[in-house]
Design a protein around this ligand. Structure first.
Ligand SMILES: [Zn+2]
Length: 218
């Protein structure tokens, strides 16, 4: 079985899951909440090292030195809840939270109540090489620093895809960091030196990503 060839096929069909669901929340009766999704492609190590992977269309813009954003939370203090049942994925998400908190820009705080961000693992039912996904919702009547204000976000690492591509625990943590980056409002970075590169595997949160957060939450 040639996993690289299979991967190349699915690469071409890349991952633009965009949903335009509109629904009203009870607490904001007149505000509309819009939901969309950002997916991360699984990538083999070889492809990252060979530099053959290309960013998926449209989303990665600007300079590799500054991870772009389209959304942010109202406050830089943001609550999260890890709903993974397995101890393994609990520590994956805890490490990801720690990495973003280390930036000193946002403060992710665990809650047992209703969280802004929910973090979980599950098996993907998609046929492509998507290894993580984040669904986020924002208010259509609020902006801060020209960014949409988020209402809630849910990030997943797809364990069956991570297994299929033989991701190590630290590589899964990088995927978790990437998804959590979307949950903080960041978009894809054109450069591989960013955890927000669309097919990150080896890279964790780095300077361009912290720069992006600073620009969003200033
Ligand atoms: Zn992504």
């Amino acid at each position: 079985m040639n996993i690289n060839n299979r991967f190349m096929g699915s690469m071409l069909a890349v991952v633009a899951v965009a949903a335009g669901l509109l629904f009203a929340t009870p607490s904001h009766a007149d505000a509309k909440v819009v939901t969309d999704a950002d997916a991360t492609s699984a990538v083999t190590k070889t492809q990252v090292q060979n530099g053959t992977a290309k960013a998926d269309g449209g989303e990665a813009t600007g300079s590799a030195k500054l991870t772009p954003a389209t959304k942010r939370w109202q406050s830089a203090t943001i609550t999260y809840k890890i709903s993974s049942k397995s101890g393994y994925y609990k520590t994956v998400w805890q490490s990801a939270v720690k990495s973003w908190n280390k930036s000193g820009v946002v403060k992710l705080v665990a809650t047992s109540g209703k969280a802004d961000i929910t973090l979980a693992d599950k098996n993907s039912t998609m046929k492509n090489a998507t290894v993580g996904i984040t669904y986020s919702s924002y208010y259509n009547d609020k902006t801060m620093n020209n960014l949409k204000v988020m209402a809630n976000a849910k990030s997943y690492v797809f364990k069956n895809v991570a297994n299929r591509y033989h991701y190590s625990k630290s590589e899964r943590t990088n995927v978790a960091e990437h998804e959590l980056g979307h949950a903080l409002g960041l978009e894809h970075n054109v450069g591989k030196g960013s955890v927000m590169y669309y097919a990150t595997r080896d890279q964790s949160v780095s300077k361009p990503d912290v720069n992006g957060l600073v620009a969003s939450y200033r």
